[in-house]
Design a protein around this ligand. Structure first.
Ligand code: AMP
Length: 237
């Protein structure tokens, strides 16, 4: 329902799901609706690669191959980000944790801060392998406003050009088909167990990611509200 106020304290939110499940798109909508930051470890790493920082240089070849960056590097990057002032009311972690080691690090991080922390809630966006491949290989991003398009599913009005600012859209190097296969292998062996980890902890829900973006968003918000014990607190937002 338009005009409804967002949750007063959304707290920490995890968006889980395979590459291409729509975590980034959903996180951006949630960020706008609830006014909390999206923390995408992939975006932070890509920013470091672009700026050629030490972290970026260590991560680049792994990312280009579709392999995961080391847990310690990513955990300390997340620790720095969570310490920033805009995370006080809550935040959306997108693409993290990606391994059980990262999930355990995050659990410990919360235990250390238990007194002031609202418990973490997690939503997994489920989607079939065929849909993932279509979404990832069709994905294009605007380098200026970061808007995400899909050449098959959500094309821009003019081929290859951002509707918002006219910039030329780009394809992530790791969205090319041969690298996607490696990323999916990493997901199956290392990240899928993270979903079971949070399912076992409770405060966990799943939504069907095959639906239109707006419907997925409505379901994500409904589940997050339910997990925060605020179901029915005024519309989907
Ligand atoms: P993403 O944009 O989330 O698909 O991430 C792009 C790439 O960044 C991944 O394929 C990994 O190489 C790296 N990456 C992002 N997040 C993580 C993470 N939590 N742990 C390890 N590597 C990551």
């Amino acid at each position: 329902m338009a005009g409804e106020s967002p949750l007063s304290a959304p707290g920490p939110v995890l968006l889980l799901g395979a590459p291409g499940a729509g975590k980034g798109t959903q996180a951006k909508q949630l960020m706008a609706a609830w006014m909390i930051p999206q923390i995408s470890t992939g975006d932070i790493l890509r920013g470091n690669v672009a700026r050629q920082t030490q972290l970026g240089m260590a991560a680049k070849s792994l990312m280009d191959r579709g392999d995961l960056v080391g847990d310690d590097l990513v955990n300390s990057m997340v620790a720095d980000r969570l310490a920033q002032a805009d995370c006080v009311r809550g935040y959306i972690l997108d693409g993290y944790p990606r391994t059980l080691q990262q999930a355990r690090w995050l659990d410990a991080h919360f235990q250390n801060k238990q007194a002031e922390t609202i418990p973490l809630i997690a939503v997994n966006i489920r989607i079939s392998y065929t849909s993932l491949m279509r979404r990832i290989t069709g994905r294009r991003t605007c380098p200026v406003c970061q808007r995400i398009y899909n050449v098959h599913l959500q094309p821009p009005v003019q081929d290859g050009i951002c509707d918002v600012d006219g910039a030329t859209l780009t394809q992530r190097a790791d969205d090319k088909e041969e690298v996607v296969a490696e990323r999916m292998k990493a997901y199956d062996s290392l990240t899928a167990p993270v979903i079971d980890h949070y399912r076992a902890q409770g405060r966990f829900a799943e939504v069907d990611g095959e639906q239109p973006v707006e419907k997925v968003f409505a379901d994500v918000v409904t589940q997050l509200r339910r997990l925060r014990g605020q179901a029915g607190a005024g519309g989907v937002r």
